[in-house]
Write a protein that binds this ligand. Structure first.
Ligand SMILES: Nc1ncnc2c1ncn2[C@@H]1O[C@H](COP(=O)(O)OP(=O)(O)OP(=O)(O)O)[C@@H](O)[C@H]1O
Ligand SMILES: [Mg+2]
Length: 319
């Protein structure tokens, strides 16, 4: 387990409980998406995990190290992408990375690794340009390079694609996927851009009002919120197909969906039973000489899951 929190809680000085009883489980190698509406407590949580904010209660364990007992050791395994780089506008990209390197490794200038990082984030040619002249996307990529300076095991990013254009968003997504896969780094990310989550993450946690609503593998959540296994079909004769398929016992409903048919199965079928229903559908259409042009499984988008999960949950309470 790379990140584990137990009953994590944050009550701010004014008495507001921003995070309540939060137990997160992030495995090594995950790209973990941390979602929730505005004010849900994401930034509060990520700052507690980074060691920038002290929890009121509960535990944070990263790579087996208890953050409260060993705040210095934690810094060696964690990288943080800052929200703003405004304070270093006079430094060049290279100086910026050299500076952060010196904080970890004062003796070694580490030029080779810094060049590797600049290359990785696509800023080699901008190495001698000052940060003040950087676009938002470039600053964000430099921030990611900075987070890798200590060769961490996990990096934390709070809304890394905020304010970026579609190309900038995609660059960050690709970069994080690359870092996760090729540098073996666990990624913990918050984003309001659900596309980010869909493209990158294998696991998500959704919180609302400081309370965990859902946590798990995206596939599992898709199945959970999709109460009925659903297929989309396109046939040479949709009307005839409807009447034929209606005769199959385990099919619950068939309805037109765009130019296709949406076929919902009854609840609670096992994988084997789902396979049997599909087989029955195929042979029924085949026997009636209907051409099956397309048949696919319909799954929920991250947006569907986000709305369903946050709609039903009540979330926490004020203290
Ligand atoms: N220093 C503080 N003192 C009191 N309350 C705070 C403080 N910082 C944040 N809060 C409150 O805690 C709650 C959670 O805030 P947080 O910034 O963690 O949310 P978030 O999920 O990151 O939201 P967003 O999506 O808007 O970034 C909010 O209601 C916020 O107003
Ligand atoms: Mg936030």
């Amino acid at each position: 387990m790379m990140i584990q929190t137990e009953h994590l809680e944050k009550i701010y000085k004014n008495g507001f409980k921003a995070v309540s009883d939060l137990s997160l489980h992030v495995e090594a190698g995950d790209i973990f998406g941390f979602l929730g509406p505005n004010g849900a407590g994401k930034t509060t949580t990520i700052r507690m995990l980074d060691g920038l904010l002290e929890p009121t209660n509960g535990k944070v364990i990263i790579n087996g190290i208890d953050i409260r007992k060993n705040p210095i050791d934690i810094k060696r395994v964690v990288g943080v992408v800052p929200e703003s780089h405004g304070y270093y506008y006079w430094m060049t990209a290279n100086e910026y990375l050299q500076y952060f390197n010196s904080l970890f490794n004062s003796k070694d200038s580490n030029d080779k690794y810094i060049n590797y990082l600049l290359e990785k984030v696509g800023l080699s040619e901008k190495r001698n340009v000052t940060v003040g002249q950087f676009s938002r996307g470039m600053k964000q990529r430099l921030g990611i390079a900075k987070s890798l300076i200590n060769k961490p095991k996990v990096i934390f990013l709070d809304e890394p694609t905020l304010g970026l254009d579609p190309r900038g968003q995609k660059e960050i997504q690709q970069l994080l996927l690359d870092i996760n896969k090729n540098d073996n780094i666990t990624v913990f990310i918050t984003s309001h851009l659900l596309k980010d989550i869909e493209v990158m993450c294998n696991k998500v946690c959704i919180i609302k009002n400081g309370v965990l609503v859902e946590q798990g593998n995206i596939k599992e959540l898709q199945n959970k919120y999709m109460a009925h296994y659903t297929m989309l079909l396109q046939t040479s004769d949709n009307d005839k197909s409807v009447s034929l398929l209606n005769g199959i016992e385990r099919i619950r409903s068939i309805a037109p969906f765009e130019d296709k048919l949406e076929v919902k199965f009854v609840r609670g079928l096992t994988d084997t039973q789902i396979g049997e229903v599909k087989h029955q559908m195929l042979s029924t259409l085949f026997m009636a000489n209907i051409d099956l042009k397309e048949m696919s499984h319909k799954s929920l988008s991250m947006e569907d899951i986000f709305f369903k999960a946050t709609e039903t949950a009540q979330g926490g309470t004020k203290q």
